[in-house]
Design a protein around this ligand. Structure first.
Ligand SMILES: Cc1cc2nc3c(=O)[nH]c(=O)nc-3n(C[C@H](O)[C@H](O)[C@H](O)COP(=O)(O)O)c2cc1C
Length: 334
């Protein structure tokens, strides 16, 4: 049987399938089911900065900047008491999940500003998390805020979280940076051990009848894997960090591609919500079959084999290929 073992953030994992942050980890029994179905690790759903600061009534200048005041920014969020568990119950839940499973448990903090809430990184560590994922989900809308300023703020946050805990820290990023490799390098220099690519921004839609903006949370399809796939392939070997690919992982083929790009693990939510947790087992079986047929003995053997540095045609990831792709439509025109 091919060897599916991998390492991520210094954790030794039996395979590269990780359940990413989602409501599936809100019940201890489901965390156990994820483990039984084959997940090699589980990321707990996020504890949000707003939940923590809501309690202490303080928020860094970032949310106060621009158009919205503190009170307004809180009104953007659903009722914070019912949205997720509060900070203390989150820690208790993490402790219980950790007791219930043998696989590594990764805590998740979701926020953007430096400040007192960052202490929760340490509380998450104390509750037993094997690693911490820091999710910087933020949509900058203030025309007076420059990308350099925002990146500096993120770097400060990473540095602060890094200084707070001893466990490994991974940073979950959006793809919307002007020069992703540069900012990725800065985050790693600030102490991130891993990069989770990418955060998925949920795009609101318009209801034309009601003239309302409707929040829209569609699940992904395999098509979405291409964005993180390309970026991991480009960054692998250039940035000294472990990569987790999240977004669009639904099949064994998606996982195999991620490994070849250079990812250490893949993270899944949509496929598990759509098809159930048993999907993990199917993917593992399909991966093994594919590896036997294609004579791969281990995941390690394929890791990074399709990264930009390894492929025969590195330009395939870049601008030259865009022109080729566009012109490939010409011959089908009437
Ligand atoms: C219902 C739902 C809840 C989620 N909650 C969180 C969360 O609390 N923290 C987080 O970092 N990501 C969260 N995510 C994002 C997922 O972890 C994942 O990164 C994203 O859905 C892309 O992966 P997928 O294509 O496998 O769904 C959530 C996604 C969904 C669909």
């Amino acid at each position: 049987m091919p060897d599916l073992k991998t390492t991520y953030l210094g954790l030794h994992l039996k395979n590269p399938l990780v359940a990413s942050a989602s409501p599936l980890s809100k019940k201890v029994a489901n965390a156990r089911r994820l483990e039984d179905a084959g997940a090699a690790a589980v990321v707990l759903y996020s504890l949000f900065e707003e939940q923590i600061t809501h309690e202490s009534q303080e928020l860094d200048h970032y949310l106060e900047r621009g158009t919205h005041s503190y009170a307004e920014s809180l009104s953007y969020f659903p009722d914070l008491d019912t949205y997720n568990m509060g900070p203390e119950p989150y820690l208790e839940h993490l402790y219980k999940v950790k007791q219930a499973v043998d696989i590594p448990v990764i805590g998740s903090l979701n926020g953007i500003s430096t400040g007192g809430w960052v202490d929760y990184a340490q509380r998450i560590e104390q509750a037993g998390a094997d690693a911490l994922e820091l999710n910087i989900y933020y949509l900058p809308t203030d025309p007076n805020l420059s990308s350099a300023e925002l990146e500096d703020e993120y770097v400060r946050l990473v540095r602060e979280v890094r200084a707070t805990v001893k466990i490994p820290v991974a940073l979950k990023l959006s793809p919307f940076f002007t020069v992703l490799p540069h900012v990725a390098k800065r985050f790693v220099a600030a102490g991130a051990n891993g990069l989770v690519l990418f955060n998925r921004f949920y795009q609101p839609d318009f209801d034309l009848e009601e003239l309302e903006v409707v929040p829209n949370l569609d699940l992904s399809t395999s098509y979405e894997v291409r964005l993180p796939l390309r970026w991991i392939a480009l960054l692998y070997g250039r940035i000294e960090a472990d990569f987790a690919l999240t977004g669009g992982v639904h099949t064994a083929q998606d996982v195999l591609k991620a490994m070849m790009a250079g990812a250490s693990v893949t993270m899944m939510t949509s496929a598990l919500l759509q098809h159930g947790m048993g999907r993990l087992m199917h993917i593992l079986t399909d991966m093994q079959e594919w590896m036997v047929v294609h004579e791969y003995e281990s995941i390690q053997e394929m890791k990074g084999s399709m990264s930009q540095r390894a492929v025969a045609d590195p330009a395939a990831f870049e601008r030259a290929n865009y022109m080729k792709a566009l012109s490939s439509f010409d011959r089908n025109l009437p």
